[in-house]
Design a protein around this ligand. Structure first.
Ligand code: NAD
Length: 515
């Protein structure tokens, strides 16, 4: 591995370049084994390395170490815990180019999105450092004389994190940065499709820990493997809070198990996000917003725009322009400058896209684009993004297909389109393009979008870390990242203190034992 450190990225194959990055970031040789799980690049389909997987026994031991680490970490004052995250942010800044590039090589994101993902990690670290001095509770008026009532927030325990392939490192950081300043330890089960970025992140964490000088052993653990390893984390009673990001199908398995043992679940599941283009919309702006939200990350974002409702009066102006953009967008090797749409993650994703397009055709949809795109030097699974004009919201439109398909439908009535907008299982992200103040406000009001994210004049994807992130209904209801999401990683105690010499009972209850 270390012999590859001298490889020049411009001339190297994907595998050589990735291995050089792993070596530079300090991932030890012991992380790899010839019999390990192959880590593939979707850019070329080649195997980058074979990663040694965590055994069930090792997973349980890691959770045990994290539990012991929690017991020490919770006693460190929160601002001092924040210092560790400050150092982690510094290490991430130093490693941004390498880690961002590795995200491109392993997840297939275009270069600016790979770097953007690491920037998101840095941003959440900055946020968490500030948060470490703001973990506040309330003082609440009490009905009893000479009493004080307040709430105190305490660390909760081991925080499990299960993450999806499409945000291989940022999702970990949204959870871990908060959990760690809150006083929890963290055990991470990354996607089996993105083991290398997880190893690289762990090496960066270890550097920050070394500089901090004395984080408890086991504070940040990583379990590498498939869903069986994830299940161990889900089932372990030493893990009181678990954040699981992935498909709704995964959430349906994980959610009930956590509920069964009364663990706290932060579920971040699938989306079927929509946008409405109203008669007054700025169509140039809408076009750009739609293109990024629907085709960015090759349609593999949880917030990807999948359903578009266009008012009848502007449909014939907007949709032909969109079809043109779909036909001219640069598809290809995500390492190349100018590429906007990189590869799909794997064959299953490609087959899922083909199936959905077949169903859409059967349901009367008119498909523009779609199909395999072979004009790329690399061997990965590249597709033409598809725009499908649908007569109505039926069949595949009602579910998430994790690929670049945008279903477009006409509407005439605002109330009806809101009803259509909300008539799907998922409830993650949404947007409206309008210059009409009444429509904009109605869309984000109680009777408007039922999603966790509702935007005006920007697309549904590309959230920043300051807001709470997550969605309703089949998206799982969890919230991560900014605002007061930190509360999910702590337990709240309500304290009532009597500083008087009588014992008045609440609600005027009398219980005089005559002592
Ligand atoms: P996936 O559901 O296949 O896998 C996600 C993770 O869950 C992986 O680490 C996997 O090993 C693990 N897993 C699967 N079944 C499990 C089980 N029974 N017990 C424990 N762990 C289990 O998802 P994916 O294909 O990696 O990612 C794409 C999906 O994730 C899409 O549906 C997308 O919308 C969703 N996603 C949601 C968000 C969000 O914040 N809402 C963010 C990113 C991705």
């Amino acid at each position: 591995m270390s012999a590859l450190q001298s490889v020049s990225p411009s001339s190297a194959s994907v595998a050589e370049e990735a291995r050089a990055i792993l070596a530079r970031l300090g991932v030890p040789d012991s992380a790899f084994a010839p019999t390990g799980r192959p880590a593939l690049s979707p850019i070329t389909g080649e195997v980058i390395a074979h990663v040694r997987e965590t055994t069930p026994e090792e997973a349980k031991a890691a959770i045990g170490r994290a539990d012991a680490a929690f017991k020490a970490w919770r006693t460190i004052p929160a601002p001092k815990r924040g210092e560790f995250i400050r150092l982690l942010g510094e290490e991430l800044r130093a490693a941004k180019d390498d880690l961002g590039r590795l995200v491109t090589l392993e997840a297939g994101k275009i270069v600016s999105e790979g770097l953007g993902e690491v920037q998101e990690m840095i941003d959440i670290c900055d946020f968490a450092v500030g948060l470490s001095r703001q973990l506040y509770g309330l003082t609440i008026a009490t009905e009893r004389a000479d009493h004080r009532m307040m709430e105190t927030w305490h660390p909760l325990g081991v925080c499990g994190v299960i993450s999806a392939f499409n945000f291989p490192v940022a999702v970990w950081s949204w959870n871990a940065a908060l959990a760690l300043v809150c006083g929890d330890s963290v055990v991470w089960k990354p996607s089996e499709k993105t083991l290398l970025t997880a190893l690289a992140t762990q090496a960066i964490v270890e550097r920050a820990a070394k500089r901090y000088g004395g984080v408890p052993e086991g504070l940040c653990e990583v379990l590498l493997g498939g869903r069986e390893i994830g299940e161990i984390l889900v089932d372990d009673h030493r893990v009181p809070v678990l954040s699981a990001t992935g498909s709704t199908a995964m959430g349906r398995q994980v959610g009930p198990k956590l509920a069964q043992r009364f663990a706290r679940a932060i579920l971040e599941l699938g989306g079927n996000n929509a946008a409405i283009v109203a008669p007054s919309a700025d169509l140039d702006l809408a076009l750009r917003g739609i293109a990024f939200a629907a085709m960015g990350t090759a349609g593999q974002r949880c917030t990807t725009l999948r359903r578009l409702f266009v008012h009848d009066s502007v449909y014939d102006q907007l949709v032909p322009r969109l079809v043109k953009v779909y036909g001219s967008v640069k598809i290809g090797d995500p390492r190349e400058q100018g590429t906007l749409v990189g590869p799909l993650i794997d064959k299953a994703a490609f087959e899922g896209m083909e199936r959905a397009l077949d169903e859409a055709r059967t349901a009367g949809g008119k498909v523009h684009g779609g199909g395999r795109y072979t004009d790329v030097a690399a061997d990965g699974l590249y597709v033409r993004p598809a725009l499908v004009e649908m007569p109505k919201q039926t069949g595949p439109v009602l579910r998430e297909t994790f690929a670049p398909i945008l279903y477009v439908m006409r509407y005439t009535d605002f109330d009806e389109v809101i009803e259509q907008h909300n008539a799907v299982g998922a409830g993650l992200s949404s947007s409206i393009f309008t210059l009409n103040m009444r429509e904009a406000e109605a869309f984000i009001s109680v009777t408007g979008s039922d999603c966790g994210i509702a935007n005006v004049n920007i697309g549904p994807s590309g959230a920043e870390i300051g807001g709470a992130f997550g969605g309703e209904k089949e998206t799982g209801g969890g919230r991560e990242s900014g605002s007061d999401s930190w509360k999910a990683y702590m337990r709240r105690a309500t304290n009532t203190i009597n500083y008087g010499n009588t014992l008045p009972l609440a609600q005027g209850v009398k219980f005089d034992v005559g002592a």
